[in-house]
Design a protein around this ligand. Structure first.
Ligand SMILES: Cc1cc2nc3c(=O)[nH]c(=O)nc-3n(C[C@H](O)[C@H](O)[C@H](O)COP(=O)(O)OP(=O)(O)OC[C@H]3O[C@@H](n4cnc5c(N)ncnc54)[C@H](O)[C@@H]3O)c2cc1C
Length: 386
């Protein structure tokens, strides 16, 4: 077993770090304060291959594996966590299209989505179907060569500013087997966007409700087959969860780096606060949490790359652990900065606000526990505990 990154992996990581430091870090506070969705950045990110990280090269993507993709996402998140998180959701939606879309739809959409000239949203959650996503009610009825889609979605990242909506809809019976996945152009007649949510963090990207009023979509926009939509949605989320977890590691790492500098500079009681054992122990615990999170993500990513039967549980464990642990690292960083950590003078409070939602979305951390426990109790514990 080799825990070192390869030369290629170090190169991806360094390219992403340079990009984040030059194109994201200097602007992140403004994007947050002005609630600005940095669309021009996505084109720059597209030219680096970051908008299509694990989309196959045949579909115009970068063709990285999941592990390599998490290296890039962590770096971007250390620059601007909220913007990196949107990039990760766009990557998830594009990859679903690239893997399961019809040739006609892929040839129209994949290239502009991969270059960041067009953007995609992932639309699963509804007002009455959050954690219980399989109870969704947005309906698609077949009408000749088209589907007519009616219903509503909520909390959709990027909605109102994205071009393609990868949408889970009901085409059949109640429950997961009656769900299908359709790529709906955001400018189709009958698509309406509600007001943007006012949020604690993730302010560099809009979050919005969508209503579909008899939206006519060609049947060629169906991904895979009718009835497979829930499977596709969950498969997308396996990767989405380690991406979001990597965003948390990026936020925590940025907070750690700022803290290491701050504790050396800040003096109280005639000495640097780094000299207090409490500070040293806190830093040691923060670093341990960060490294443990990163290793769990890489293990889950390797399981996903290897198509291991227990990959879903590993992705859930990594997401649960890393998003909780890294949020607590951001919180500890505020504590080490004292009152200044609570102000906008330092970016710590923004990382803290941005990382908070990672414990809620792409399946809450309680739902992650359900996913893990289900496998443990299904007599497949041995695989997970080995
Ligand atoms: C900023 C933001 C962006 C988002 N972006 C997207 C997006 O792009 N696309 C998308 O489809 N969705 C998105 N979401 C939605 C997100 O995935 C949901 O908010 C999340 O899945 C939880 O659903 P809910 O909010 O309805 O909470 P609920 O499901 O109502 O849960 C409320 C509480 O009950 C707990 N709970 C629920 N069921 C159980 C159970 N069985 N056992 C134990 N505890 C339980 C939950 O863990 C939670 O603590 C986003 C949300 C936010 C806040």
């Amino acid at each position: 077993m080799n825990y070192d990154l390869s030369e290629d992996q170090v190169a991806f990581q360094e390219a992403a770090r340079k990009f984040a430091q030059s194109a994201m870090t200097p602007h992140a506070a403004r994007w947050d304060a002005e609630h600005q969705f940095p669309t021009e950045l996505f084109v720059e990110a597209g030219s680096m291959g970051f908008m299509s990280l694990y989309t196959p090269t045949e579909a115009g993507g970068s063709g990285l594996n999941r592990l390599d993709s998490t290296l890039v996402i962590e770096e971007l998140a250390a620059g601007c966590t909220s913007t990196a998180a949107f990039i990760s959701i766009h990557n998830m939606a594009l990859n679903m299209l690239a893997r399961y879309g019809t040739d006609k739809v892929k040839s129209h959409w994949c290239e502009p989505l991969a270059t960041g000239h067009k953007l995609a949203s992932y639309c699963l959650t509804e007002p009455g179907a959050g954690s219980d996503a399989a109870s969704l009610t947005t309906r698609a009825i077949r009408d000749g060569d088209d589907y007519l889609v009616s219903g509503s979605k909520c909390f959709i990242s990027g909605a109102g500013a994205t071009d393609l909506l990868i949408t889970m809809v009901r085409t059949g019976e109640p429950g997961p087997k009656g769900i299908s996945c359709i790529a709906i152009p955001a400018d189709a007649e009958g698509v309406r966007f509600g007001k943007q949510e006012e949020k604690l963090g993730w302010n560099s990207q809009p979050t919005c409700t969508i209503s579909f009023d008899s939206v006519r979509v060609p049947a060629s926009h169906l991904l895979a087959e009718e009835g497979l939509g829930f499977k596709l949605a969950m498969e997308g989320l396996d990767g989405g969860r380690i991406n979001i977890a990597a965003c948390s590691v990026g936020a925590a790492r940025a907070c750690m780096e700022l803290s290491l500098q701050y504790v050396k500079d800040r003096r109280q009681f005639g000495r640097a606060i780094a000299d207090f054992q409490n500070t040293q122990f806190k830093l040691a615990d923060m670093a341990t949490q960060l490294v443990a999170s990163r290793q769990m993500i890489r293990l889950a990513a390797a399981r996903l790359d290897g198509d291991a039967p227990d990959r879903t549980s590993y992705c859930a464990m990594a997401k649960r652990f890393a998003t909780d642990a890294c949020f607590s690292v951001c919180d500890d960083a505020i504590q080490l900065h004292g009152g200044y950590g609570y102000t906008r003078e330092y970016p710590i409070e923004r990382f803290f606000r941005d990382a908070r939602v990672h414990r809620i979305l792409e399946g809450t951390n309680e739902v992650m526990r359900l996913v893990i426990a289900r496998r443990l109790l299904a007599e497949q514990a041995a695989q997970l505990l080995d």
